[in-house]
Ligand binder design. Structure first.
Ligand code: ADP
Length: 876
């Protein structure tokens, strides 16, 4: 099986190598061109040389022929003349030449030579003269012979004729000699030319030879240099290859190469250690076979997602690896893309995160231990100090009072710090679940302004709330959003000068909703701006002491906003002020009777089913508490905390009995009619939630107001919807704030001055928003079915009822005949339904409101008008 293709990691060597190859190719082409040119030049030079000599040879033959012919003609004429002279002198006929035939033959031959010498235009004149002279001579000879034969010639005349013939012969000899000389000169010239051409050809050939040698030598040198370079590149490549092999085989993480289709090409030894498969067994397998595929994906879909992630620059994801033996291992998978000569492939690096997971679990356990172990003692410390400082044990000496006040304030700071640390830990470990309900951001802002009003007053800063037009609904967790705005407002107040105003604005902004908190304070220093959202970041470290912050508030706020898919941003100018913006996506407008949020419903256990047979063994009857029954029952196992909380409640006139275990709590709750029960979640015999469940199932305690007082924070401690299903009215976090505690208990007690409203609606989100809208002034008892509503009516008194008509099991109007207050009066009824108005029904009830047409404020105001005026509450 080949190792991971190192070529992908050898960029410099590969580049050098490629450059070398390209260089050699260019040189080879140039050398070939040069060689062809040299061969052509050699051929041309040789051809020229050959042609020139051939031409010269032909010329020489031509010239010799002309000269030989002329010489022979001359000799023939000369012979004729000698014979003629012999005949004249002797008169002997044997000397008489056959002149007539000779003359014809000589002249013919002369004409032939003339035609043959046509290529020698310079001889034209000489040849014409020769023709004339030959003709004249031969004629003269004939005349002389004729005269001798006739014997009428005088010796003088003969003498003259002989002289004439001699002169003509001299001319002929001269002309023939001229032509021969000219020919010889021409041949000499030709020979010289041939020699020059030959020399030139020799030079050319020598030059070409030199060029050929240069080309051969040059290419050889370059070839050798290239071969050496290639050798070096191959060596470097080999070194890198073995380095990479060493890295791969000694890597702690599993490294796999995968082709574009998902088949594994190679795997390093760490893969065998991690997953148990050998590289040979893995070769050709599909990558997705190494992981547990998420239920909503197929193998191909899973690989496609990885492949897409790789092409977008890679990334790391947490997956569950499958070992050969069937066991699983958590892994971080980093996926990257490789482009090699064979096409695209992927590189997957698998890192075993078992240890990290274990550490995470340990950290979470540690956080929860800290949560409980630190908060429980702090409850009694902070509570006791608060009571001492508040004068619960009588007036303290002035010095002691000051010291106790300092201790109480610092204890509160410690509490805030611990709460913030736990909050951010939970958020970052994602153990916290946020509710996802439709929430009006305007409502959130109102409540945040309400909650921070006192703080602003202390700092002499006014708060102004401005709500823009339009729907400001967002989807999320209203408590968490209130927490964000509360933090932003209290920061704004802290950093504002006395007498100034902090504005809180909520308005639609494009496709979202924006809440802005603007102050006219110090502004945020330039250097601090980039780190403002990091944990424990404060522009001025003395803020902790002077302004009581922890530096965690904005980090938590940002985390919450991020988890709502929103954005937290700010604008600031030194000395002018700061504006923080929380932008959230607007909620999709939902029909009022829309299907309930699936999360909330799925998690909620069936509300108040018929009571099952009690699981606990029948309790032994407890001796009556000596002090007589209190107003409320406090279920708390830590005696110190129990004492402190009881003392806090007593300060506001609420008497509390204490039960240390769940079993004791159940017995007391059934034996005595408490107005409310306060439950701590960590009880020695049973979890507080399970106690609440059995109280809710049992006759007699089904509708009793229950509050939780716990070191566990409310968000995330229960599955979404569970608190509502169990009708938990409030959740007071430890360490307990005395004011919050007694206000909550007072609100929960039926005679706490608040009207009790029965609400019937099958939609959990409607139940939640109605409860939120009415909660500040009324106690809302939410029921989802007719059966639940009837059970609630049988157990307790209500001041008014809000009914939905379209229930899956019937209509709210079926309850109308049973709606009587305990004093016999008819109970005011408001129909709050998505159904059309029914005039017949309208006569029987006090108000008919249509969902989506009226706001919750109108519903709250309508119900508020109908219930009896609240009784004056106790002083808190
Ligand atoms: P803290 O609990 O200390 O207020 P935060 O995270 O809420 O922690 O704020 C961190 C720091 O950011 C503050 O200490 C302060 O220096 C700066 N800061 C936050 N809000 C403002 C503001 N409105 N004006 C000026 N400075 C601010």
């Amino acid at each position: 099986m080949p190792a991971v293709n190192p070529l992908t990691a050898q960029r410099p060597e590969r580049r050098r190598y490629r450059r070398g190859i390209r260089g050699v190719s260019i040189i080879a082409v140039l050398a070939a061109i040069a060689s062809i040119a040299i061969v052509l030049a050699v051929g041309f030079a040789s051809f020229r040389e050959f042609a020139t000599s051939q031409h010269a040879r032909e010329d020489l033959i031509y010239s010799s022929t002309i000269r030989a012919d002329l010489q022979s003609i001359y000799e023939q004429i000369l012979a004729a003349e000698s014979a003629t002279r012999g005949f004249i002198i002797t008169g002997e006929p044997e000397f008489m030449p056959p002149l007539v035939e000779d003359r014809e033959a000589i002249l013919r031959k002369l004409r032939e030579v003339t035609v043959f010498a046509v290529e020698r235009p310079e001889h034209v004149a000489a040849l014409a003269r020769l023709n004339r002279l030959a003709d004249a001579e031969l004629r003269l000879l004939q005349e002389m012979i004729d005269a001798r034969q006739r014997a009428d010639t005088s010796p003088i005349a003969t003498m003259i004729q002989v002289r004439q013939g001699k002169a003509i012969m001299d001319h002929i000899a001269e002309t023939v000699q001229d032509i021969a000389d000219a020919e010889i000169a021409a041949i000499a010239e030709r020979t010289r030319e041939v020699r020059i051409v030959g020399q030139r050809t020799k030079q050319t050939l020598l030059m070409l030879l030199a060029a050929a040698i240069a080309v051969v030598c040059g290419s050889t040198v370059i070839m050798i240099a290239h071969l050496l370079g290639r050798r070096r590149a191959e060596q470097a490549l080999g070194d890198t290859l073995s380095r990479h092999r060493a890295i791969l085989s000694s890597a702690m993480d599993s490294i796999l190469t995968v082709d574009a289709g998902g088949s594994i090409d190679s795997a390093n030894p760490a893969t065998t250690r991690l997953l148990g498969w050998t590289p040979e067994e893995l070769s050709g397998r599909h990558l997705s076979a190494l992981f547990r595929i998420p239920a909503d994906q197929t193998g191909d879909g899973f690989f496609d997602a990885l492949s897409t992630a790789a092409s977008q620059g890679g990334g790391v994801r947490e997956l569950v690896g499958l070992r050969k033996d069937g066991s699983t291992v958590p892994v971080d998978v980093a996926i990257g893309e490789m482009r090699a000569s064979g096409g695209r492939s992927l590189l997957a690096v698998l890192h075993d995160i078992t240890e990290r997971k274990r550490a995470e679990v340990m950290k979470n356990e540690f956080v929860s231990t800290v949560s409980h172990e630190l908060r429980t003692p702090l409850t009694s410390i902070a509570g006791s100090l608060g009571l001492l400082a508040g004068g619960a044990t009588g007036t303290l000496p002035e010095r002691a009072q000051r010291l106790v006040t300092i201790a109480a304030q610092n204890c509160q700071r410690l509490v805030r710090l611990i709460n913030d640390i736990l909050d951010i830990e939970k958020m970052q470990s994602a153990t916290i679940t946020f509710a996802r309900q439709t929430v009006s951001l305007a409502e959130v802002a109102k409540r945040a302004v309400d909650q921070t009003g006192g703080f602003a007053l202390e700092h002499d800063v006014s708060l102004s709330l401005n709500l823009g037009p339009g729907d400001t609904s967002v989807t999320g967790d209203s408590d968490r959003l209130i927490q964000v705005l509360t933090n932003l407002i209290s920061n704004a107040v802290k950093f504002s000068p006395a007498g100034s105003t902090v504005e809180v604005n909520v308005a639609r902004a494009g496709a979202g909703v924006r809440a802005t908190v603007r102050d006219h304070g110090t502004g945020i220093p330039e250097s601090f701006r980039p780190s403002i959202f990091t944990r424990f970041a404060q522009a001025d470290s003395s803020d902790t002491r002077q302004r009581g912050g922890t530096g965690l508030g904005l980090a938590i706020a940002k985390e919450i906003v991020d988890r709502h898919d929103g954005a937290l941003s700010f604008e600031t100018e030194m000395g002018v002020g700061t504006a923080f913006h929380m932008d959230l996506p607007a909620a999709r407008p939902a029909a009022p009777d829309a299907a309930p949020e699936p999360q909330a419903v799925a998690a909620a256990p069936p509300p108040l089913p018929a009571p099952p047979p009690a699981q606990e063994p029948e309790p032994e009857p407890e001796p009556e508490p000596a002090a007589g029954p209190g107003d409320v029952l406090l279920v708390e196992d830590n005696p110190d905390n129990a004492d402190v909380i009881r003392a806090m409640l007593e300060r506001t006139g609420i008497r509390a009995d204490v039960a240390g275990t769940a079993a004791q709590a159940e017995r007391q709750a059934h034996a005595l009619a408490y107005k409310a029960i306060l439950v701590d979640l960590g009880l020695p015999d049973r979890d507080g939630i399970s106690l609440i469940r059995s109280l809710r199932r049992a006759e007699g305690t089904r509708t009793i107001p229950i509050l939780i007082v716990s070191a566990r924070a409310s968000g995330g401690a229960l599955p979404p919807g569970e608190a509502e299903a169990l009708q938990i009215l409030d959740w007071i976090e430890k360490p307990v704030d005395p004011a919050l505690l007694s206000a909550a208990v007072r609100r929960a007690m039926p005679d706490g001055g608040r009207a009790a409203i029965l609400h019937l609606d099958d939609d959990p989100s409607v139940r939640a928003v109605v409860r939120a809208a009415l909660a500040p002034t009324m106690e809302v008892w939410s029921t989802a079915t007719l059966q639940e509503a009837r059970a609630a009516l049988a157990e307790r008194d209500f001041d008014a009822a809000i009914l939905d008509l379209g229930l899956p099991t019937g209509s709210g109007r079926e309850l109308l005949p049973h709606l009587r207050r305990r004093d016999g009066e008819k109970m005011p009824v408001v129909i709050f339904s998505a159904r059309d108005q029914d005039p017949e029904l309208a006569r029987q009830v006090d108000a008919m409101l249509t969902k989506s047409q009226v706001s919750l404020e109108i519903l709250a105001a309508t119900v508020g008008r109908l219930v009896k005026p609240p009784a004056p509450g106790g002083t808190v």
